[in-house]
Ligand binder design. Sequence first.
Ligand code: GEK
Length: 246
Amino acid sequence: MSNRTEDTDRIYVDQRGIIERFSFDEQVVRVFPDMISRSVPGYGTVVEMIGVMAARYARPGSCLYDLGCSLGAATLAMASLVPHRDCRIVAVDNSAAMIARARQLIDEARPSLSVNLRQADIRDVAFENASVAVLNFTLQFLPVADRDTLIRRLASALQPGDILLLSEKIRFEDPHEDDLQQALHHAFKRNNGYSDMEISQKRTALENVLIPETLATHESRLRAAGFSEVHVWFRCFNFLSLVAIR
Ligand code: GEK
């Protein structure tokens, strides 16, 4: 359990009459590292391995895209492990509060690769000279109708042998397994100090904001877009991470 510091996520501790749609505002940004590590099983491992995989697949002189970068955790993992100093990272998030805080953290970290931080919607970004694209728990926040287009645009920006790293919360076709995996995820959150009320209020706030799809849907979208291989390299309960090779 983490200490009760001012950076601890207590957003849903008190019972609320009305629960507003979840948004990545200043209140969330302030507690984000604590929130995501207590809510997403394996988050630290996933971020670290994004660095490891980017180091293996990044082509010299190319761009690495961190899409929905939040505070730049994946950006910093890639910057510290990718050996080609002429690679550039483009890190994009549409939350002004996230980008402002990410800028401070990235300045403080003084990464050895150049980082271009942009406040933009990832649906509007033109991908140029890409060899690695990261969607680390971001695609799940796009309207389902917009997901095929983004994945197709990424596939056509990447060259054969390049990679897309896609991490998502997923749902399961079988209702029994879906209930079970959700219950296990909630047990993980309770073990990290969230109360049943916090878990349930956050869940309500995320309804129709975070829309999970099945692994089969992700796999078929990636293949239809032109990725030749799709591998699950990490999974814990209803969270997984895929590497898709162009
Ligand atoms: C990490 N990748 O720490 N355009 C740009 N950004 C968006 C969009 C969009 N359309 N929709 C949502 N976001 C990070 C964690 S968090 C995951 C990613 C989570 C951004 C949103 O503002 C938020 O910062 C991020 O996607 C999702 O490795 O909180 O579960």
